[in-house]
Design a binder for this molecule. Structure first.
Ligand code: HEM
Length: 552
């Protein structure tokens, strides 16, 4: 007899002994009636009825599909989700109790959502980020988001990014030096990438002159990983979604501890910058070049966004500031609506978005090069062609423009292992999908699954094969624009995508010119962990060997 059956029998025996059997039956009947009413309400909602024709995994009353993920580890949830999509097709409906979600993997459907200026609001699931990001860019909505986006996008302008290159180089050289002690041993390179990407963000976008002593940056990065794990659990486990239950758990206590570490770091960053604020000294003055302006303006309309270099109204010289300086200046300007909370919200948002994504991206890229030696050799050949006899000299912005093959390696890595594996939006009106006779009702959560779109065999002929040539210009030209979306796309795409690509090139170029990378595992050994940012449950394990001096 199971322990549960014994407990129920014990309760019945005790209840009948104390004359409470009637009360027990009444309670049981009460529970059944409430469950039946809930199930009736759940199934008769407009969302449920309108999406009934969309394929769904097997449902049970009250819980919907929630029973399928009970007790599953993160990697198991990912594996199950993939298996259902494989079995049921490109568009899927799932329910967690009454919470209904539509999963999209068809680029035409995705374009309808992401290119629209209407479906810009994030889904309910992002609310668990609120104590961390406040009303920062990632989760805010409406006019607040529009105002912040307009003010923040120019702080990632190309002229600012170019000025960051020497700092990217210095930190890349530092991490090469730190990793020297691991040479010949197998180790998790993600730990090094995390610390470095935090420090790079602090020194560039945040303008911090001296990075925190000891392993404070690593402590921050670890706290971010733990906090993401907690937020992800709250998103997928029905009971933790309720604040009243979550507040009673040990997880809440751990969450508070992590938030203290995270907010402690970002508060110090803002205080430091304000104390050393010198807008004139830090500004980048850019001469606006007529021919560059005309070339930029010629870009295909559909691909234009607020990050493209289109400054048609700019004349003469333009003064630009990096993110935190720009925000401190805005807060001083009475004509701009910008206060202390706005600064903190954006610092917290960008410190998170800007480091964890690129540390995952760089770690995946290094592992892929460690596994695919032919690709590593081609990357090396390109580096030799660029750096010649002076192989270990500092990389410049112009060098990065020559790194076409490395760029393809990065894009192929982001295709196969997109650091942000999914995006969720709440649709603003009823949406007719292109993938079938489906209508997604207003207010429903839609989830765009980049990971699955990027592995569609009808788009990428051999989707599970690592092939940087998937990003040859002629192949890219033939594909749907929304079939490669690691940075999302449309008006709410990643504001840091150019920063990320430039930083990844400098970092990977510096590492590859110093070390040969080996990865003893195969992709089949990897256990993907998709809690907010895609990672590996079993670590990014590589072995480095010092590269012999290279002769061009
Ligand atoms: C490989 C690196 C990166 C990847 C794959 C990536 C991916 C993404 C994706 C998919 C989104 C949309 C998320 C959503 O809608 O839920 C996003 C938004 C965002 N990203 Fe990135 N990102 C990367 C690096 C960066 C960097 C370096 C920064 C800043 C320094 C940054 C800042 C942001 C911000 C602020 C948003 C919110 C934009 C908005 O809602 O207007 N990201 N990113």
């Amino acid at each position: 007899m199971s322990a549960a059956t014994e407990t129920v029998q014990e309760a019945i025996t005790q209840a009948s002994a104390s004359g409470g059997l009637g009360a027990l039956w009444t309670s049981l009947i009460g529970v059944v009636v409430i469950a039946a009413l809930y199930e009736y309400w759940r199934r008769s909602s407009r969302e449920y009825r309108m999406t009934k024709n969309i394929p769904s995994p097997p449902e049970v009353p009250v819980l919907g599909n929630a029973h399928l993920v009970f007790g599953c580890s993160n990697a198991e949830v990912v594996a199950k989700g993939n298996a259902y999509l494989e079995q049921l097709g490109e568009t899927l409906r799932a329910t967690l109790g009454h919470v209904l979600v539509i999963f999209l993997t068809n680029p035409n459907d995705i374009e309808i959502i992401l290119s629209s200026n209407n479906h810009l609001d994030k889904s309910e699931e992002y609310r668990y980020f609120k104590p961390w990001f406040g009303d920062g860019l990632l989760i805010s909505s409406g006019s607040h988001w529009r105002h912040h986006r307009k003010m923040i996008a120019p702080t990632f302008h190309q002229s600012i990014l170019k000025s960051f290159v020497p700092t990217f180089v210095q930190h890349s050289k530092n991490v090469v030096e730190r990793m020297a002690k691991e040479v010949g041993k197998e180790f998790d390179i993600h730990d090094y990438m995390s610390q470095t990407t935090v420090e790079i963000l602090l020194s560039t976008a945040m303008g911090v002159k001296k990075v925190p002593e000891g392993n404070k940056s690593f402590e921050y990065a670890k706290a971010v990983v733990d906090m993401c794990d907690i937020i992800h659990k709250r998103q997928v486990k029905v009971l933790y979604r309720l604040d009243s239950i979550y507040n009673m758990t040990k997880m809440r206590q751990k969450g508070d501890k992590m938030m203290n570490i995270i907010l402690g770091m970002t508060k110090r960053v803002v205080m430091d910058r304000k104390a050393n604020y010198n807008a004139e000294g830090n500004a980048i003055v850019e001469e606006i070049d007529e021919s560059a302006k005309k070339a930029a303006a010629k870009k295909v309309d559909g691909l234009r966004d607020d990050l493209d270099d289109i400054d048609e109204n700019d004349v003469g010289a333009k003064r630009r500031l990096a993110l935190l300086d720009a925000m401190v200046e805005m807060a001083k300007n009475p004509e701009i609506e910008w206060n202390e909370k706005d600064i903190m919200d954006e610092v917290n948002t960008i410190m998170f978005e800007g480091h964890d994504t690129t540390s995952a991206g760089s770690s995946f890229a290094l592992c892929m090069m460690g596994m695919h030696k032919d690709v590593q050799e081609k990357v090396l050949a390109e580096q030799k062609a660029i750096f010649g006899d002076n192989f270990l000299r500092d990389c410049t912005f112009n060098d990065t423009m020559e790194m076409k093959y490395l760029e393809r390696v990065i894009m192929e890595t982001l295709r196969m292992y997109p650091p942000v594996p999914l995006i969720a939006r709440r649709v603003d009106s009823d949406v007719k999908l292109a993938s079938g006779p489906y209508v997604v009702p207003k207010g429903t959560t839609v989830v765009v699954l980049q990971y699955r779109v990027h592995r569609r065999p009808d788009i990428y002929a051999n989707p599970d094969k690592f092939d940087p040539d998937n990003f040859l210009p002629e192949r890219m030209a033939k594909r749907h624009y929304y079939s490669f979306i690691p940075f999302s796309a449309g008006p709410r795409s990643c504001v840091g995508r150019k920063y990320a690509m430039l930083k990844l090139k400098v970092l990977l170029s510096t590492i590859i010119r110093n070390y040969t990378i080996h990865c003893n595992e195969t992709e089949a050994d990897w256990r993907l962990q998709a809690d907010i940012i895609l990672k590996l449950e079993n670590g990014f394990n590589v072995v480095l060997q010092k590269r012999q001096p290279v002769v061009a």
